[in-house]
Design a protein around this ligand. Structure first.
Ligand SMILES: Cc1cc2nc3c(=O)[nH]c(=O)nc-3n(C[C@H](O)[C@H](O)[C@H](O)COP(=O)(O)OP(=O)(O)OC[C@H]3O[C@@H](n4cnc5c(N)ncnc54)[C@H](O)[C@@H]3O)c2cc1C
Length: 466
């Protein structure tokens, strides 16, 4: 069997045989399909990554099979890229140097549900975890809008926040991730358990520094949520109402998103359900708070168009409200027009609507804003995931500079390195990479800092964190 990636010099037939009894996929079309994620959101990454493929896919069903794959990869010096649902946006699970893709979706059992937590295998679909929790009267404290295809391990390794983060913060907030069970890539892979603050050694490391086999995550009591849509005559009004709702402790919504009217024009499933050509406020709030919510919307000059229980939503054939927030908003536009792209922006002061208006004026017609509110400790913050009508890398850079001039941080969505997006190198991650992946086989090429420090000891690398 020849190398599909064209980047490895390995006898893939013999290697595939050595993985038995683990299921493998070697059909080039299928291997290529599993080498992709949602990097195509970015025309820059699409150009860089669309010809990057793995060579073989393994689909272990339990931890012992995963350990077997990792031990074989270590012995043969094979690069290994973990893959859950493949919904990452930056080529997180694209094998840059070819090699073995390990898909986790057959390791999908929900192992334990307790008071305030769930423990599941890394490949469990988030929607399945939420369904199991619902039977116990609980729900995940947060989940990404991709819950139907994304795995709990992929969310922890690649994601950061989601539906619920307005109530309970990002994944990294203390208490949200309780424990992670992680395998090393060695001749005889070892199990390491990270608990409490220690989970940050592995969280959002893109599968660079260990293979997550089990996740224990925070759950909250299930509530009767209403998926709500309200419309406004101006973005400023919609944003101001969004901030007021996000900070209304008596209503306690778990999601508040504000979407530019022009983006909402790309939501065909909402036609006849919301007023057209208006800026949109999407939220989830407890059913018993409907009257308070409607009063807030009216006070702010808006119109409460939709407030749906799950049963009513299904009966009306309307998608979940969360399919119009986070990166699903971008997806709705891209379904119609691939010349759009997006960016990730930090808002310096979530309460400052005037600053948002000034920035929108400066950005002009080619950037359409979309804000998400989320909690960080006691405060409510905002991020912007705007639609940008792409006119080339130079113009994108100019747009980034406009954000920076206005004091808004750009977390660049057009970079396939873990330190991209304005993030500093996380030397805790890299120190653990040295300990758990001494040959540097996991997701190679995804860390800018790793080549500079890989010759140091784990303690020397950790010391760089300061
Ligand atoms: C439409 C859309 C909406 C999105 N909405 C959100 C959102 O609301 N919030 C959010 O945070 N993100 C969001 N994302 C990004 C992405 O969906 C999430 O990060 C998601 O949870 C990833 O899960 P996955 O199973 O698809 O992971 P994958 O894409 O398969 O993998 C993500 C990363 O984790 C690594 N990985 C996977 N499994 C393991 C494992 N067991 N051990 C170690 N490393 C592993 C992979 O190598 C890769 O680097 C969105 C993306 C899209 C396309």
């Amino acid at each position: 069997m020849t190398s599909i990636s064209g980047k490895t010099d390995i006898d893939w037939t013999a290697f595939a045989r050595s993985l038995a009894p683990v299921e493998v996929i070697s059909e080039p079309v299928l291997v290529k399909k599993r080498s992709r994620d949602f990097f195509w959101y970015s025309p820059i990454l699409n150009e860089q990554l669309r010809r990057c493929f793995g060579d073989l896919v393994a689909v272990p069903r339990k931890q012992e099979e995963m350990a077997h794959c990792l031990g074989r990869a270590y012995a043969a010096g094979v690069p290994v890229t973990l893959r859950g649902g493949g919904t990452g946006n930056y080529g997180q699970s694209v094998p840059l140097e070819g090699g073995l893709i390990i898909e986790t979706t057959a390791m999908n059992r929900v192992l334990e549900i307790g008071e305030g937590f769930v423990r599941a295998e890394a490949g469990a679909l988030l929607a399945d975890v939420n369904a199991a929790l619902a039977e116990a009267g609980q729900e995940l404290a947060m989940f990404p809008s991709t819950q139907e295809i994304a795995t709990i391990g992929g969310f922890v390794a690649g994601g950061s926040a989601g539906i619920g983060s307005l109530a309970t913060g990002r994944l990294r907030e203390p208490g949200n991730l309780r424990a992670l069970k992680v395998l090393s890539v060695e001749a005889d892979p070892q199990v390491h358990v990270f608990e409490g603050e220690e989970v940050l050694n592995v969280h959002h490391a893109w599968g660079l520094n260990g293979v997550i086999t089990e996740v224990t995550m925070r759950t909250v009591p299930m509530r009767d949520w209403l998926g709500c849509m309200a419309t406004f005559d101006s973005y400023a009004d919609a944003y101001g109402a969004g901030h007021a709702l996000a900070t209304a402790e008596d209503i306690a919504p778990k999601l508040v998103s504000v979407v530019d009217a022009r983006i909402a024009g790309y939501f065909p499933r909402l036609v006849d359900h919301i007023r057209p050509d208006r800026d949109l406020l999407v939220s989830y709030l407890p059913a018993e708070k409907l009257a308070d919510y409607e009063a807030l919307i009216t006070d702010r000059g808006g119109h409460a168009d939709l407030a749906l229980t799950e049963d009513k939503r299904k009966a009306a054939s309307i998608p979940h409200a969360f399919e119009f927030c986070y990166n699903h908003t971008t997806l709705q536009v891209l379904k119609s027009d691939r010349s759009a792209t997006y960016q990730q922006i930090g808002v310096p002061d979530a309460a400052d609507t005037a600053a948002i208006v000034r920035l929108r004026d400066a950005l002009g017609e080619e950037v359409w804003t979309h804000h998400e509110f989320l909690r960080a400790g006691e405060t409510v913050q905002a991020i912007d995931l705007p639609i940008i009508w792409y006119k080339g890398p130079e113009r994108l850079q100019q747009i980034n500079e406009i954000y920076a001039e206005h004091g808004f941080a750009v977390y660049d969505a057009h970079c396939s390195r873990v330190e991209g997006g304005g993030m500093h190198a996380d030397y805790r991650h890299l120190a653990w990479k040295k300990r758990l992946d001494p040959k540097g086989l996991l997701n190679p090429g995804k860390s800018l800092a790793w080549p500079e420090v890989c010759h140091l000891s784990a303690d020397e690398i950790a010391a760089r964190q300061g």
